[in-house]
Design a protein around this ligand. Sequence first.
Ligand code: F0G
Length: 359
Amino acid sequence: MNSNGTDRSWPGVIRRYAKYLPVTESTRVVTLMEGNTPLIPVPGFVKAIGGNFDLRLKYEAMNPTCSFKDRGMTMAITTAVARGAKTVVCASTGNTSASAAAYSARAGLRCVVLLPEGKIAHGKLSQALLYGATTVSVRGNFDDALRIVRELGETGLVEVVNSINPVRIEGQKTAAFEICDTLGDAPDFHFLPVGNAGNITAYWRGFREYQAEGIIRRLPRMMGWQAAGADPIVQGHPIQHPETVATAIQIGNPASWGGAVEAARDSGGLIGSVSDEEILFAYKLLARTEGIMVEPACAAPLAGLIRCVRAGEIPEGSVISATMTGHGLKDPDTAIRVSGFQPLVVAATREAVLAVMGV
Ligand code: F0G
């Protein structure tokens, strides 16, 4: 540890949690030193929403490609290399493709990403392109792209690195370990966004494994949140044309549907949905009260928490963690549109600047 309390020798999630992952001593690990992300207390946000509890945000934006996907991708690419794969492929709403492209570049693998045309936030698209992935825009939605990826996987020509590849979930469960390692036990509630439902499945597995090891004494209630225009689990049936401002979770037929339902049911939690208006309200409120910029999908669980507070469902003094899955800079267009501000253009003089400063 250095004087800031951060561990400069952090080896990435595979080496840190090797005991819990399908690797051996001789595995050639492909890592960008992902993980070890901060768990940030946000008392100003809690006060603003009228709560009286300890909320900590697991800020996954601090991963190498600025989303939680890197935890699963270090496992997926490490495994692809071990199997002798030459080409990996994924469907994505943007973050999986950014991560797959980065770890493939690191490993020297060819990477092909299938993206729903026109539905990818620009930061994410810029990543896939710059890391050098073959970037294919499919005239359809994420669910169409994932169907094609499944079919490509059956040819045996490529390694699929979506979360239908079980090692992705294994890697992602390390975020639950880190939360427990920081708190000294599990939280009372864990809030997170739900899209393809791999992450909620992974967290629940991580919490249960730590409980089985005796490292934590309790389990959190798992509170998963979809966007109202893309809430198949809440509706109980697939959605043909999912629509939401939170493009990361614009998914109509989640691959890990069963895992999400199980996590919510077995933990005494729930899968809920919130409107785009609620999402954008929480998105802006977090930025303005705490100086934390997340992408819109991350605001879904925050909007869900606001609902729970209003309904009196959060006991005073609860310890709550919430995953902020991706960085706000992933989607600068939404940030600029929603901010409500524009730069004030003035003459290049002190007087002109003073005149607009409002002090
Ligand atoms: N938040 C962000 C920022 C995401 O990118 C995703 C999923 C989720 C939440 C939902 O996680 O799918 O495990 O339930 N993004 C995938 C992608 C679908 O292609 O990047 P999930």
